[in-house]
Design a protein around this ligand. Structure first.
Ligand SMILES: C[S@@+](CC[C@H](N)C(=O)[O-])C[C@H]1O[C@@H](n2cnc3c(N)ncnc32)[C@H](O)[C@@H]1O
Length: 211
């Protein structure tokens, strides 16, 4: 199920400015491999949020070959840092090469390993945390992010509409239930103000409002 009407998606694609050459190469690679990257429209939103938040320290769980990291690092001034994570060493190596091509190596650190373990080892504070790992682990990421985000910082999660599966009561697999539980928690927590943006596969933004 497409979340965005195809006509609207096409309109957004033809009206947005073109991606830079490295991003274009990453997008072409993603299409050729059918890799579930969050794509240019969410990438542009991450770029805007990085600026709005004045982010200097970002942690991403599930970075693939660095596409979303690239957008955030590009939006940050010198001295900023995006820490990315992926279980697959091949993805991480390819990501480092794309980030090098884009002149973003100084602002990025793409690590290989389990994102949950790598995040748990960090004390923060982070300005932004981005969650794009296995969906059953989303609730755990929210709990880990709470103390590691500064007040005013944001937790951003991709795929929160999960191709519409979240609204199909016959779907009860671990991934769909993980996203449902994550969504319940981000809206129930009085220390966060959350919103879901229905672009691509749904992106949630949770601003830490409490101490
Ligand atoms: C949907 S892809 C998105 C990558 C990136 N955020 C993007 O938009 O281009 C998710 C990535 O997370 C990685 N991943 C899934 N679970 C993970 C985990 N527990 N720890 C680290 N990486 C994980 C996968 O290998 C995959 O490359």
């Amino acid at each position: 199920m497409d979340i965005t009407l195809p006509l609207i998606h096409d309109y957004l694609e033809v009206t947005r400015p073109p991606s830079d050459p490295t991003l274009r190469a990453m997008e072409d690679y993603g299409h050729s491999q059918n890799f579930p990257s969050l794509g240019p429209q969410c990438g542009r939103l991450l770029f805007a949020l990085t600026i709005i938040c004045g982010a200097r320290r970002i942690f991403e769980l599930g970075s693939g070959y660095g596409y979303s990291m690239y957008w955030m690092a590009k939006a940050m001034p010198d001295g900023g840092m995006v820490i990315g994570t992926d279980t697959d060493p091949g993805n991480a190596a390819l990501g480092r090469e794309y980030l090098r091509q884009g002149g973003l190596l100084e602002k990025t650190d793409l690590r290989t390993g389990n994102a949950i373990d790598l995040f748990a080892a960090e004390t923060g504070p982070f300005d932004m945390v981005v969650c794009d790992i296995d969906k059953e682990r989303y609730p755990e990421v929210f709990e880990l992010a709470k103390p590691r985000l500064r007040r005013g910082g944001m937790l951003i999660a991709d795929n929160v509409l999960w191709s519409g599966r979240v609204l199909d009561s016959s779907m009860n697999d671990a991934s769909t239930n993980g996203i449902r539980e994550f969504t319940r928690r981000i809206f129930a927590d009085p220390g966060f103000f959350s919103v879901i943006i229905p672009i691509r596969d749904g992106l949630s933004i949770s601003v830490k409002t409490g101490g």
